[in-house]
Ligand binder design. Structure first.
Ligand code: NDP
Length: 446
């Protein structure tokens, strides 16, 4: 146990009780940063880490709406404006019944470092609600989104705070949220990202997080003279990030054999090819069905209530949710020969699982680096909105790949422990920290 980390964490735990995910995210960063800060006293004197762990502003609000039966429903809405040292607040909205303050604070905290790594001028934020879009009609989702935005609109703006999607918030929800914001403000601005292509969205934004996680894995592998070609890959989740992760892995010549949702996982040893993926996109994005139906349709195994990590693979892309790989899962993955983990999801590996990956020195790309492609293309969407000029698919994809290469290089610069081994956790944490910390020092004790 590191005494300095313990001393740093004690007041954070006391001040933010019952927010275990927030403690987990802060602790992981503190473990990398405290030795670095000891070597750079200017950050210590300016209490940068202590300040970064305290949100600049938290907004919590009531979201009343009326369901199809005419009943009044009440949810809770949140926006955590974590840090604006290097740009306006930026980060997604999550609609899921597990949403609470601690989850959103962990996500907002991670977002500060991630956004800094992209090299684009974006501060960190996160928000959402405990509303569950699953099983709701389109009209119910629309009424909820309108009510949510009726409060949120007064706190956000294209130069202040620019939300995007996350779990449970895809193109449909962004559309309803944008429509209500426009109506309330009487302004057509780039206040949200992930917009539809006909009304200010960017090409490649839906693909960006998944593509980025694959580009990051390819960069890690290339550095070791390897690639994703012919690799057997386990992917979890079956939402936005998972779908485009599968698509890009297929393009790179890998074979994806698993997907999952909150009910269970499928194992298709023949691989999820482009045709099967198209069917999944229809299942998940339009019919909003369960992944179990894939097993019936394509005649493969389905594991009720199980995550996919027991399946033998060379590479793993956790793309569902936080803490979905525990120590036991990590040990099984490594034992089965998994050599690379690239996190599409945010904090999908528990601290004990991360320790397994670091001890075994496999290529482990933490979420704040590996899934930064989504927010990076959100940043590019903001640029296009400001220019009032859209870029082509090729242009955006090229910029995305360049940003991911730069993030990878930053991780190498700050995380290389020997010629052959990079600690990407350390690299991402320190690499993301420096720019924000220097900006905070320059801006004084604010
Ligand atoms: P989606 O809502 O599109 O998909 C989420 C997927 O994960 C679904 O398959 C869902 O299953 C599954 N899932 C959600 N919660 C749980 C749970 N508690 N246990 C098991 N499975 C679960 O979300 P995204 O694909 O956008 O997000 C996935 C991850 O990627 C999240 O961690 C998110 O924070 C992260 N991320 C997303 C970005 C983006 O651009 N969208 C950017 C960066 C990170 P079910 O349908 O059953 O709920």
């Amino acid at each position: 146990m590191d005494i300095k980390v313990e001393q740093f964490m004690a007041p954070i735990r006391a001040k933010n009780p019952s927010e275990s995910e927030f403690h987990q995210a802060v602790r992981e960063v503190a473990e990398s940063l405290i030795p670095f800060i000891e070597e750079h006293p200017k950050y210590k004197h300016a209490k940068i880490l202590e300040r970064i762990a305290e949100p600049e502003r938290i907004i919590i609000f009531r979201v009343p709406w009326i369901n199809d039966r005419g009943d009044i429903m009440i949810n809770r809405g949140f926006r955590i404006e974590m840090n604006s040292a290097i740009g306006p607040y930026k980060g997604g909205l999550r609609f899921h019944p597990t949403v609470n303050l601690g989850i959103l604070k962990f996500l907002a905290f991670e977002q500060v470092f991630k956004n800094s790594l992209t090299t684009l001028p974006m501060g960190g934020a996160k928000g959402g609600s405990d509303f569950d879009p699953k099983g709701k009609s389109d009209n119910e989702v629309m009424r909820f989104c309108q009510s949510f935005m009726t409060e949120l609109f007064r706190h956000i703006g294209p130069n202040t705070d620019i939300p995007a999607g996350d779990i449970g918030v895809g193109g449909r929800e962004i559309g309803y949220l944008f429509g209500q914001y426009k109506r309330l403000r009487n302004e057509f601005t780039g206040v949200l990202t992930g917009k539809g292509i006909q009304w200010g969205g960017s090409l490649i934004r839906p693909e960006a997080t998944g593509y980025g996680a694959v580009y990051f894995a390819e960069e890690m592998l290339n550095r070791n003279g390897n690639s994703l070609k012919n690799k057997i890959v386990a992917v979890s989740g079956s939402g936005n990030v998972a779908q485009f992760t599968v698509q890009k892995i297929n393009e790179f010549g890998g074979k994806v054999v698993t997907l999952s949702d909150s009910n269970g996982s499928i194992y298709d040893p023949n691989g999820i090819d482009e045709e099967k993926l198209e069917w999944i996109m229809e299942l998940k994005n339009i019919r909003r069905g369960r992944i179990r139906e894939y097993a019936d349709k394509f005649g493969c195994e389905y594991f009720e209530g199980k995550r996919p990590w027991h399946i033998k693979c060379d590479a793993a892309f956790p793309s569902a949710t936080e803490n979905e790989i525990d120590k036991n899962d990590a040990e099984i993955l490594v034992r089965n020969g998994c050599k690379v983990v690239s996190e599409g999801a945010n904090m999908p590996s528990t601290p004990e699982a991360i320790n397994v990956f670091l001890r075994q020195k496999i290529l482990y790309g933490p979420g704040k680096a590996a899934n930064a492609g989504g927010v990076a293309v959100s940043g590019l969407e903001m640029t296009q909105n400001s220019m009032r000029l859209p870029w082509s698919r090729e242009e955006v994809d090229k910029r995305l790949y360049t940003i991911i290469k730069n993030i990878h290089q930053t991780c190498v610069n700050f995380g290389a422990e020997s010629e052959s081994y990079v600690n990407y956790v350390k690299g991402a944490n320190i690499g993301g920290f420096v720019k924000v910390a220097d900006a905070m020092i320059a801006q004084g004790a604010v």
